[in-house]
Design a binder for this molecule. Structure first.
Ligand SMILES: [Zn+2]
Length: 298
């Protein structure tokens, strides 16, 4: 096959899977973008939206958790996952960053893809999206003690006097809608994706502090949707970046996720299944257990 993927067994078919979530930070978060003179800037996006109240277009700038950064943390979670025989999953498969193994049977590269420069490319089948903050809250600059790259070294005689620097942070309480899509993967390949998605959440962010959680609505329902399908059905709970009000964003997410006729947290149609809220969290945790039992603890 030109894709380089082996033929699957009819008992273990390939399907599509989507994860939709609204994430929330409980503390400030640094997601580096570029360094200006002694200031570490966070990554932001600029957009122009039509403002109904002002009756005109206006520009805004929002904090951002870039999908590529989230993808990198997820891959690292798989590489660093502990295997029963005392090694890490990346060591067991000789698969790391940037040196991936690019083998379709690797539980990391199988879904996330791999590249051996000039020799072999395995196309990743997991893609990441979203990450634009809901609220229009500017990042805040904080003074930090010294630049890590200028820590004093006793071995060379150079003047390595620590230089104060400033670092910007995304503020706590910001909501970020995010999505992961898996294209033509088996249930076991999606198990890697589900484990990586959940395991990466507390580890997102550069430096310290780190961590983000799945947000809940006022009824303590996790803002999470998982789809498993061959036919794309229903509406996709993707939030417009023009929305700046968190209540409107949450209401939109739930409206798009639910089927207004059934209003249940589990939708089952021909070639399409959707889990919402706690049902979706249970589903991702079931897939994570499948990953741990068949890949890590086998
Ligand atoms: Zn690999």
């Amino acid at each position: 096959m030109t894709t380089g993927l082996p033929k699957t067994n009819p008992t273990n078919p390939r399907l599509h899977f989507d994860i939709y979530a609204i994430l929330e930070t409980s503390q400030e978060l640094y997601l580096g973008h570029e360094v200006e003179v002694n200031v570490n800037k966070v990554e932001t996006v600029k957009l122009t939206v039509y403002d109904k109240h002002l009756n005109r277009e206006r520009s805004l700038e929002k904090c951002y958790i870039s999908p590529t950064k989230r993808r990198g943390v997820e891959r690292r979670c798989l590489i660093w996952a502990p295997v029963k025989d005392g090694v890490l999953l990346g060591e067991k498969h000789e698969c790391g960053i940037p040196k991936t193994c690019a083998k379709p049977e690797c539980p990391i590269c199988g879904a996330y893809g791999g590249l051996i420069a000039g020799q072999k490319t395995l196309i990743g089948r997991v893609t990441h999206g979203g990450g634009v903050a809901i609220q229009e809250i500017d990042s805040q600059e904080k003074q930090r003690a010294m630049h890590p790259s200028r820590l004093a070294s006793p071995t060379n005689g150079k003047d390595e006097t620590p230089i104060p620097f400033k670092r910007e942070y995304n503020q706590p309480g910001i909501l970020y809608p995010v999505f992961n899509h898996a294209l033509s993967v088996t249930d076991l390949e999606f198990a890697s994706v589900a484990y990586a998605f959940l395991d990466a959440l507390p580890r997102i962010g550069s430096g310290n502090p780190k961590g983000i959680a799945i947000a809940e609505n006022n009824d303590h329902m996790p803002l999470l949707v998982v789809d498993r399908y061959l036919v794309p059905k229903g509406k996709r709970p993707v939030i417009s970046p023009s929305i700046t009000n968190p209540e409107n964003a949450i209401a939109d997410f739930i409206r798009l996720a639910r089927n207004p006729e059934t209003n249940t947290d589990h939708i089952q149609l021909t070639h399409f299944e959707r889990w919402i809220g706690d049902e979706a969290l249970n589903k991702l945790q079931d897939y994570s257990s499948l990953f741990v039992e068949t890949i890590l603890q086998a």
